[in-house]
Design a protein around this ligand. Sequence first.
Ligand code: GDP
Length: 226
Amino acid sequence: MKKQGAENGKRAVINGNSSPLPPAHCLPDALVIISAEFITSAVRPEQYPQDKLPEVAFAGRSNVGKSALINCLIQRKKLVRTSRTPGRTQLINFFKMNDCFRFVDLPGYGYAKVSQSLRESWGPMIETYLDSRQNLRGVVQIMDLRHPPSPDDISLWSWLKEKKIPAIPILTKADKLSRTKWNPLAQAAGRILGISPGDFIIFSAQTQQGRNELLCRVKELILQPK
Ligand code: GDP
């Protein structure tokens, strides 16, 4: 494969085996999302987009605020539908950003189900995506600041660590609590997941708290070579 430079707007290909990095111009410093479009929904790998664009996946319990978070990042009210919309919520949804990377919206895991393994709790469809997708650069795992991580949250987090898939932990709906409660809750959640409280991004789709920080972390994920 021919070697190309990112600086001239073409895809940077480090060597023949590596995935392309997005052109530099589509990832300015603050990761401004200038375009976002729904591409497809999929269940099986053969239905996934068949190219090498880097992907960042979003995961969380149903109703945690995943759609609101993605819509907040891309500053669109309804590109990603809310949990009340039937149909798409049980599929893996691919969205193309700035024509050079993708957000992947994974189905929310259940409220009441508490089970041992990711496979049981969340289904082989998602495990197959996370385990086999070459395009995947990392996962944004969304949890609710108001509640301790659920057994399913813990199970997904440990599974991602075990598979060495980079993950960004989010505690969302922060606007529903006073700021004085944020730190103690992040500490408690950190103890449960075995991470430092500073690793969390405290987020609110309503106030956009944490949006810039998350965009920076997402950009780091997208730019890491695979
Ligand atoms: P999903 O099932 O994870 O995609 O959840 P949604 O994004 O549809 O959000 C579920 C509910 O929580 C909706 O009523 C949202 O308006 C609400 N919600 C989501 N994020 C926030 C937030 O940051 N702050 C507040 N106050 N409400 C939120």
